[in-house]
Write a protein that binds this ligand. Structure first.
Ligand code: ASP
Length: 573
C-alpha cells in the first residue's frame, strides 16, 4: 500500500481533475458551516483540504496525522491564495482517515515566541516548523556538497575511534570508565588529530571524515560539548594546497545550499598584522574600525600614562559618546585588562576629555577625532593593548551596528606563533597543538628561541567567527621531540604519552598537513542564525543538560561499583 501519491506542497493546477492521496499533519482547521477547511502540512508545504461535515472532520485538531483521498480542484478566482505555492488548488476530500492523534500542544508549530528550553523539550514539534526544517536540510545539503568535493579530490573517508587516549586540543576531556579495566578511562576524542596523521604515515594519502568531537568546555553561542567537523589530512602538501581544498569545500557547500558562493581565494593575513590592526586573530572584516598606533607620537607626552606605557594605541568610533556611555565602555575595557579608558570626544567641533589638558598641540592635532566621533585609547604592554582594543572593537561593532549584514568576509589568518606562555605553569605551551610544524627552515632553531618561533598554523575566519584551524605537521621524530622538550616533557613523559607517534614518525612519515572546519558553526552563519543550537537537531543548553531526555542523570551505586567508581556528590533531593 502506498500512503500517499504526492507530497502536500507539490500540488499544482496541472493536477486538477486527478484523484490523489495525500498524508500529513493538520496545520489549521476552519469550520465554515457545512464545510471544514484543513491546511494539511508536510516538509514541502501545505495544501488545502475541503471536507464535508463528518464526525472525523469535527474531531480533527492541530497536529493530528491524517490521510485524505480526493479530487484536485481549481479554486475559484476569489479563493486563490497567492501566498501559498499550492494556493490555486485544493483537494475535495472523499475519504479521510485519522492515522494518529495529538494531545493538546505545549505550543503551536511555527510559533517563534516560544522559550528555547520548551522548544528543545518538545523538539519533535519544533522540528516540524519552517525554521528547523530549513536549517537541518541546509546542513544536510552543505555536508553533501562537501562529501562530493572530497570524492572528486580523491579523499578517503576513514572512521577513527571516539574512545581513545586524551588528544591535546586545549580543552578538558570527557572520560569513559572501562568496566573490564576498573579504574582506567578512555577519553572521548577532542579530534581525530593523531589518527589522521597516522593514516598519512599509513600511506592513505588523503583522509577525511565528518568527525564528531567531544570537548568539555562551557557551552556558548558557537560551542557545544559535542560537535561535527570536516576533518581532513593530506600527504605531500604545502599550506596553499590545504587552503585551496578548504576554499573548494566552502564554495561547494554554498552552491549545494543554493547560496551565492564567496569569491576565492580568501584574503590571507598574518597573525601579527591582524592582532595589531584588529586586536584579535579572528576579526570581523565587515567593518573597519581599525586600531591606530600612537606610541611614537606620545613618547614625550606630558600625560604620564601615555609616556610610560610600552604601547599606546587607539580606535576612533563614529559617535560622540555621552559620559554614561563612556563609563560603560570603561567597564568593558577593564574586563579586558585595562586600568582605565582615556578618550577624546569631539562633540560638534569641541573636544571633550579629562586628558586633553595634558596633551600638546601636536598630539591633539594628530589624535583629536572628527566631529561626531570618539577616540578610545589603551596604553599598556602590547598584548593587553590588543586585548582591550580588540574587545572594544568587537563590542562597538555590535553596539553601533557597524557590520553590513549583506557582506560575507572570509579570511585566512596565517603565521601564528608556535608557542605561548602557559599562564598557570609559566612554561611554554602550544598555540594550536603540539604537532604543528615550525616555519620551513626553522626546524633546528625554534628550540633556542621559542618566543620568536612562528608556525605553519592557519585559521579560517568568517565574519569574526573561527570556522576552523589546521597546520602543516611535524613529520620528523627529532623535531617532534624538540617541541615536546620546549613544552617541558622529558623523554620518559614523551614516551609514556606519545611514544606511538614518535615510533610512527621514525618509520617513514611523509610530509603532511590538514585542517578541521566546524560544520555546525559554518551552517549557523550560512543560515543567518544567532547560535549553533538552531542548526543541531538535539543540542544541549548552557547548563550542560539535554531538556528532551533529561540527561545527564545520576547512576545507581551498583553501576558505579562495577566501573570501579564511587560518587562523592550527594544525590539531589
Ligand atoms: N585537530 C585540529 C582541531 O580539531 C585541526 C587540525 O589541526 O587539523 O582543531
Amino acid at each position: 500500500m502506498s500512503w500517499r501519491d504526492i507530497r502536500c506542497g507539490e500540488l499544482r493546477p496541472e493536477h486538477v481533475g486527478q484523484r490523489l492521496t495525500v498524508a500529513g499533519w493538520v496545520d489549521t482547521r476552519r469550520d465554515h458551516g457545512g464545510l471544514v477547511f484543513v491546511d494539511l502540512r508536510d516538509h514541502t508545504g501545505k495544501i488545502q483540504l475541503v471536507l464535508k461535515e463528518s464526525e472525523a472532520a469535527h474531531e480533527l485538531r492541530n497536529e493530528f496525522v491524517v490521510q485524505a483521498v480526493g479530487e484536485v480542484a481549481a479554486r475559484s478566482a476569489d479563493a486563490v491564495n497567492p501566498n501559498l505555492a499550492t494556493g490555486e488548488v485544493e483537494i475535495q476530500v472523499e475519504n479521510l482517515q485519522i492515522l494518529s492523534r495529538s494531545t493538546p500542544l505545549p505550543f503551536q508549530v511555527g510559533d517563534d515566541t516560544v522559550e528555547e528550553t520548551t522548544r528543545l523539550r518538545y523538539r519533535w514539534l519544533d522540528m516540524r516548523g519552517e525554521r528547523m526544517q530549513r536549517n537541518l536540510r541546509m546542513s544536510h545539503a552543505a555536508v553533501a556538497g562537501i562529501r562530493r568535493t572530497m570524492e572528486e579530490l580523491r579523499f578517503v573517508d576513514i572512521w577513527t575511534p571516539a574512545m581513545t587516549r586524551g588528544t591535546p586540543e586545549g580543552a578538558r576531556d570527557f572520560l569513559v570508565p572501562v568496566r573490564l579495566q576498573p579504574g582506567k578511562f578512555f577519553a572521548l576524542a577532542q579530534s581525530p588529530q593523531l589518527f589522521k596523521q597516522l593514516c598519512m604515515v599509513g600511506g592513505l594519502d588523503r583522509y577525511y571524515q565528518i568527525a564528531t568531537c567531544w570537548r568539555d568546555e562551557d557551552l556558548r553561542a558557537d560551542r557545544q560539548f559535542e560537535f561535527r567537523q570536516l576533518d581532513l589530512e593530506m600527504s605531500f602538501v604545502d599550506r596553499e594546497d590545504v587552503l585551496d581544498v578548504l576554499e573548494r569545500c566552502v564554495v561547494a557547500s554554498f552552491e549545494a545550499a543554493g547560496r551565492e558562493a564567496p569569491p576565492t581565494p580568501f584574503e590571507r593575513r598574518t597573525y601579527a598584522d591582524v592582532m595589531k590592526t584588529y586586536g584579535t586573530d579572528k576579526p570581523d572584516l565587515r567593518f573597519g574600525l581599525e586600531i591606530q598606533d600612537a606610541t611614537e607620537l606620545t613618547r614625550s607626552s606630558e600625560f604620564g600614562v601615555f609616556k610610560s606605557a610600552p604601547v599606546v594605541r587607539y580606535l576612533v568610533a563614529p559617535r560622540a559618546f555621552s559620559r554614561a556611555e563612556l563609563a560603560r565602555l570603561e567597564e568593558i575595557a577593564k574586563e579586558w585588562g585595562a586600568k582605565g579608558l582615556a578618550y577624546l570626544v569631539n562633540d560638534g567641533g569641541e573636544v571633550r576629555s579629562p586628558i586633553a589638558k595634558f596633551l600638546s598641540e601636536a598630539e591633539l592635532a594628530a589624535l583629536a577625532p572628527e566631529p561626531g566621533s570618539t577616540a578610545l585609547f589603551a596604553a599598556a604592554d602590547e598584548a593587553t593593548v590588543s586585548r582591550v582594543l580588540g574587545g572594544l572593537r568587537t563590542h562597538l561593532g555590535r553596539e553601533l551596528d557597524l557590520a553590513d549584514p549583506a557582506r560575507n568576509e572570509f579570511l585566512w589568518t596565517i603565521d601564528f606563533p608556535l608557542f605561548e606562555r602557559d599562564e598557570e605553569s609559566g612554561g611554554w605551551t602550544f598555540v594550536h597543538h603540539p604537532f604543528t610544524a615550525p616555519m620551513p627552515g626553522e626546524d633546528e632553531t625554534f628550540e633556542a628561541d621559542p618566543a620568536g618561533a612562528l608556525s605553519q598554523h592557519y585559521d579560517l575566519i568568517w565574519n569574526g567567527w573561527e570556522l576552523g584551524s589546521g597546520s602543516i605537521r611535524i613529520h620528523r621524530a627529532d623535531v617532534q621531540a624538540a617541541v615536546f622538550r620546549v613544552m617541558g616533557l622529558d623523554e620518559a613523559e614523551q614516551q609514556a604519552k606519545f611514544g606511538f607517534l614518535l615510533d610512527a614518525l621514525q618509520m617513514g612519515a611523509p610530509p603532511h598537513g590538514g585542517f578541521a572546519m566546524g560544520i555546525d558553526r559554518f551552517i549557523t552563519l550560512m543560515a543567518g542564525e544567532p547560535d549553533i543550537r538552531q542548526v543541531i537537531a538535539f543540542p544541549k543548553v548552557s547548563s550542560g543538560g539535554d531538556p528532551l531526555t533529561g540527561a545527564p542523570t545520576p547512576m545507581p551505586d551498583s553501576i558505579l561499583r562495577e566501573l570501579g567508581l564511587r560518587s562523592i556528590v550527594e544525590p539531589e533531593q
